[in-house]
Ligand binder design. Structure first.
Ligand code: SAM
Length: 232
């Protein structure tokens, strides 16, 4: 790509927010018209996390804290994260688009009442600073393309500081076919290749403890891959 801007340099947060503000606050809106993949995605995520060795949570303490980042309307929190650890969990939501967090409050009203959902932060990940040393899991799905490469490295470093000892950062994203990242001007995001993602994880001082391709998605969609990351 010599002489050309790298695709991530084209990512423009303002344009992304304009795009997302025009999208329906529904599962179909979140999934680009593919609401039908939600179920298989959530089952895949549950299976993926079950294979990770998460630190034990003392039965006496409050449930472990989890973050759902770029959470949209709370699809992942509702369908999966709020059920972790037998439902003894407290999920914080991070999402910059207010109409989505408003909808998440409605969708998750039961979970908010019973304490399975905690804070709702209306902020982009480039500006979110997780509280240090508190998160059991930080889940990032279909949103990291809205950060430029260096923003992503800085963000992952903050996540690294945000997890408990033994905690895990999960990234679940579309993966671009090699060799180049692809800029999408519709929502001003970048889809990265698998080697590029691994390079950025390394730059953030993270090692990959597990990775898997999501199975059962329609063939015409890009490959979706989950990565579980811990401090190197
Ligand atoms: C494809 S949706 C995925 C939502 C959710 N993770 C899911 O899987 O249902 C992408 C989400 O990223 C959010 N987003 C856009 N820019 C962001 C940013 N800078 N930081 C965090 N999230 C962002 C959008 O508002 C939208 O909710």
């Amino acid at each position: 790509m010599s002489g050309q801007a790298s695709p991530d340099a084209l990512v423009d947060a303002q344009k992304s927010l304009e795009y997302w503000n025009g999208v329906d606050a529904t599962p179909n809106g979140m999934l680009g018209g593919y609401a039908s993949v939600s179920r298989v995605d959530l089952v895949g995520s549950r299976t993926f996390i079950a294979k990770l060795k998460l630190p034990d949570t003392p039965a006496t303490s409050a449930g472990p804290r989890v973050a759902d980042c770029g959470a949209g309307i709370g699809r992942v929190t509702k369908g999966f994260l709020s059920k972790l650890n037998g439902g003894r969990v407290c999920v914080d939501i991070v999402e910059p688009v207010e109409k989505f967090t408003d909808q998440a409050r409605d969708n998750l009203n039961e979970e908010i009442d019973n304490g399975r959902v905690g804070e709702i932060y209306n902020v982009g990940l480039e500006d979110w600073v997780p509280e240090a040393g508190v998160y059991w899991v930080i889940w990032n799905q279909w949103c990291l393309g809205h950060l430029q490469d260096q923003q992503l490295v800085d963000y992952l470093e903050r996540c690294k500081a945000g997890i408990v000892p033994g905690g895990v950062i999960v990234v679940k994203e579309n993966v671009a076919p090699d060799p180049d990242d692809i800029y999408d001007e519709v929502d001003s995001s970048v889809m990265r290749t698998d080697p590029k993602l691994r390079t950025l994880f390394g730059r953030a001082g993270l090692r990959m403890v597990r990775t898997e391709v999501q199975r059962g998605l329609p063939k015409k969609l890009y490959q979706v891959r989950s990565y579980a990351l811990k401090p190197s």
